[in-house]
Design a protein around this ligand. Structure first.
Ligand code: KIV
Length: 271
């Protein structure tokens, strides 16, 4: 389905059906302003828990709160009408028990109107994926480099670089897909492993630092725009320098306020 002829929001089954027909394009959004602009350009928008770092300046994604996820997802859904919207479930909101996961995912779906949730879900979480899908919650499983495991990994490290890690990743993919995940997000996965996982399933894989063979690609929008801060991961391609544009525009505003050339009479009322 081309983004150019779409006139309704893309559904999860339509997203799945794109595999093998058309590459899936995705970006993150946390705010109404960005969501409005990217809505006609992407197939799905992820309200990532990267909000914690990109939007709030926190050191990791671990501090993202459920109420924040709900508020940002709601803003994105309310500001869009074409892209499928997927909410990223925050750390601690789904790992405790099946019941806790269902309660929180159901709340996110019901209060935001989003289409699906994404969980950082390896084999250990496969039964949670199954529990959710059986109860009406579409789940995308995020495997590979899972930022919510930063303390276990001791940093952000690409996965699948040795035989053992590659086998574990394939098992994560198999287990979560068998549990009913409608797709996989592969982050920081060795290229041959991402390619093999993609070829082994009829469900879409979305890569970030994975492989061009994936069925789609996602990046954090702020990284694409050059607003991502100092550390730019290897997998990012920056398509614009919006930080420079903001800096120049705001500097000119400052100069004009200081030298009295802004505002002009045409910006005033009752003149
Ligand atoms: O939180 C996020 O932005 C993500 C990225 C991998 C896209 O999960």
């Amino acid at each position: 389905m081309s983004t150019h002829i779409r006139n309704r929001r893309l559904t999860v089954p339509q997203l799945v059906a794109m595999k093998g027909r058309q590459k899936i394009v995705s970006l993150t959004a946390y705010s109404s302003a960005i969501a409005r602009v990217i809505d006609p350009l992407v197939d799905f928008i992820l309200v990532g828990d990267s909000t914690a770092m990109v939007g709030y300046g926190r050191a990791s994604t671990l501090g993202m709160r459920l109420d924040e996820t709900i508020a940002h997802t709601r803003a994105v859904v309310d500001s869009t009408r074409l892209a499928c919207v997927i909410a990223d479930m925050p750390f601690g909101s789904y790992q405790e028990s099946h019941e806790q996961a269902f309660r929180n995912c159901a709340q996110v779906l019901a209060l935001t109107g989003c289409d699906a949730v994404k969980l950082e879900a390896n084999q250990a979480l496969a039964s949670t994926v199954e529990f959710l899908v059986a109860r009406g919650i579409p789940v995308m499983a995020h495997i590979g480099l899972m930022p919510q495991f930063v303390n276990v990994m001791g940093g952000y490290k690409a996965q699948g670089l040795c035989a053992e890690s590659s086998a574990a990743l394939r098992a994560d993919a198999r287990a979560t897909l068998q549990a009913g995940a409608f797709g996989l997000l592969l982050e920081g996965v060795a290229e041959p492993v991402a390619r093999a996982i993609t070829e082994a399933t009829d469900k879409p894989t979305i890569g970030i630092g994975a492989s061009p063979a994936c069925d789609g690609q996602i990046l954090v929008t702020e990284d694409v725009l050059g607003l991502g801060g100092e550390h730019v991961p290897r997998f990012v391609k920056q398509y614009a320098d919006v930080a420079q544009v903001i800096s120049e525009a705001c500097a000119r505003f400052g100069e004009e306020v200081r030298d009295g050339t802004f505002p002009e009479m045409r910006h005033c009322y009752g003149v």
